[in-house]
Design a protein around this ligand. Structure first.
Ligand SMILES: *Cc1c(COP(=O)(O)O)cnc(C)c1O
Length: 560
């Protein structure tokens, strides 16, 4: 069905129409053909799409994406423009239909909020220690891009790489042009890498550490960037694990997360999703003593449990280890006779969710760990703009410091690279959306906004407890401290779809469990929560689960 009598611009369909049905959408109305579609059909289809999105938004509870924006209608005017912030935010460039001037204001605000030194300084015009100032940009993707960019920078920095203009290419181009060919005069960069010394063959092999509760983008980025995790390096080198089960693990830690070679695949985290510091210390010490530079990803608001790693405590715990093993600061000889003094470690904070509101929660007096540039050893930080803040499309912020860019120390002017961001073209409207949000919300308003969210989360926990007593089954209610998420036994598929509930499989005491969770975003109303509670109180809301089933992790490390 659906394919007959239609004209296609190229190949014909090879199988019957078989994509899954979506409630309220007639997929046949959407099939595109070589003639385009009649106006009536386009309108019908667009109405269906709008009705679908609007209905699903009404009950949207399962993800940390705010669906409520206060944009005034005048912002939609900008959809008539292609605003592109291609290249570095601090270099205006010739693509003048950009909003980099807005982007810079947004970045300055977040730099200030996150205790970084601002404004950005590109050279020593204003101060001798200009390298202490922040550098960052507004992402075209969300924190997945911020994580990728941060880890990429971290990898190259720890590998001792330095970016310089390749003068040889310039000379060759000038010579070649004398033979008649016109050649691009854009400078080519080359990467200088230090030689590995015999007394430490691991000096430029960064090893990454991240907790079990880490977002999958970090795991994916490890593969893209070919950064070894401690587990991979230990497995390849057949190292003996310094952790013993169960003494060195958090209580309730399932052995299922420990590989046959006795190494955990990720740094253990506790029941609440918080990185377990005693285990991290032992793991970092083991690799630091072997001379490996340490790349640490910490989470501020984990994806499923909304947990905050204690960034400050972790840093204080590992600094003595780094100092003892000459990894706190070290000299990198990136070219013969040319040295750069760098850290032998990098702390990246994945604050996709939490970095947006934690400063306001703190102003409210809520006790959550420090996580930002108030800690001098934090190297990079990322946040998603479409999560707690809310935006019509994915966006976010990456922030680091000038001193961690791969500029040569001896001649910074040498570089002038404008292609400093991950993508080339960048969405210039994202900066505008973030600017508009901040412009319309005082800190006081945001403090009150996050307090309301947190109160709602706590109230929902109580409501669920009441429900549990009423229906008489254990529905595994859990809520990590000061998080915006509440998790419970997975509801039936109809409820999952209706409320867009995301799920996760966890091992608990050796048994597998399916959880659902909700996220209290500013768009979540009391009415929505009441509807969900009503549905959860109906018979069959919590189907029985097979607790002996194998969980296949999505981490793709090739073992489960
Ligand atoms: C959502 C999330 C990400 C990825 O962010 P996107 O905006 O979806 O790219 C990364 N880390 C954590 C902890 C997240 O919750």
């Amino acid at each position: 069905m659906g394919y007959d009598g239609k004209n296609y611009p190229g190949t014909k369909p090879s199988t019957p129409f078989h994509y899954s049905n979506v409630e309220g959408i007639n997929a046949e109305d959407l099939i595109l053909t070589s003639e385009g579609l009649p106006e009536k059909q386009i309108e019908r289809a667009l109405q269906q799409i709008l009705a679908y999105e609007s209905r699903q938004k009404t009950n949207f509870l399962g993800y940390q994406a705010n669906q409520q924006f206060d944009f005034k209608p005048d912002l939609s005017e900008y959809l008539k423009y292609h605003v592109n912030n291609i290249g570095d935010p601090f270099q205006s460039g010739n693509f003048t239909v950009n909003s980099k001037f807005v982007e810079r204001a947004v970045l300055d605000y977040f730099a200030s909020l996150w205790h970084a030194r601002w404004p950005y300084e590109k050279d020593s015009t204003f101060s001798a220690d200009w390298r202490e100032s922040y550098w960052g940009y507004v992402l075209s993707m969300g924190s997945s891009e911020g994580n990728l960019y941060g880890l990429w920078n971290a990898r190259d920095y720890l590998q001792g790489k330095t970016l310089v203009v390749d003068e040889a290419v310039k000379e060759r181009k000038i010579k070649a042009s004398e033979d008649g060919m016109k050649l691009s005069a854009t400078p080519r960069y080359k990467i200088l890498k230090p030689k590995v010394h015999k007394n430490n063959e691991n000096a430029y092999t960064p090893i990454c550490f991240y907790s079990l509760d880490t977002h999958y983008s970090i795991i994916k980025n490890m593969r893209i960037l070919e950064i070894a995790t401690f587990f991979e390096e230990a497995s390849n080198k057949e190292y003996k694990c310094p952790l013993n089960y169960p003494d060195d693990y958090p209580s309730n830690y399932s052995q299922q997360y420990i590989a046959d070679n006795k190494w955990p695949t990720e740094v253990p985290s506790d029941d609440n999703g918080i990185l377990f510091i005693p285990a991290l210390i032992k793991l970092v010490k083991f690799f630091a003593e072997k001379g490996y530079p340490i790349l640490l990803n910490l989470n501020f608001g984990t994806t499923f449990k909304g947990a905050y790693d204690d960034v400050e405590k972790i840093i204080s715990a590992i600094i003595p280890i780094l100092k003892k093993n000459e990894l706190y600061e070290r000299k990198v000889e990136y070219a013969p006779g040319k040295f750069d003094t760098r850290n032998g470690f990098w702390i990246h904070v994945d604050g996709a969710l939490g970095a947006a509101y934690a400063p306001f929660l703190k102003k409210r007096g809520i006790n959550i760990p420090n996580f930002d540039f108030s800690l001098p050893d934090v190297h990079s930080l990322t946040m998603s703009g479409h999560k707690w803040i809310g935006a019509p499309w994915p966006c976010g912020i990456f922030m680091s410091k000038v001193k961690y860019q791969l500029l040569p120390v001896d001649n910074p002017a040498y570089i002038g690279a404008s292609d400093t961001t991950f993508s080339g073209s960048r969405n210039g409207l994202s900066a505008l959306i973030l600017w508009d949000f901040i412009a319309r919300n005082s800190v006081e308003k945001l403090v009150s906004r996050i307090s309301t969210d947190l109160k709602k989360a706590k109230k929902f926990v109580n409501d669920l407890e009441r429900l549990k007593a009423q229906i008489g089954i254990d529905i595994w209610i859990e809520h990590s401290a000061n998080s915006l998420t509440v998790r419970f036994k997975q509801a039936n598929p109809d409820i999952v779809f209706k409320y867009s509930l995301s799920g996760e499989d966890l091992y608990v005491n050796g048994q597998s469990r399916n959880y659902s969770h909700i996220y209290i975003m500013p768009s979540v109303t009391d009415k929505m929560l009441k509807r969900l509670l009503d549905d959860l109180s109906k018979p069959g809301a919590f189907p029985e689960q097979d607790v002996t089933r194998d969980i296949v992790t999505g981490h793709g490390l090739g073992f489960k």
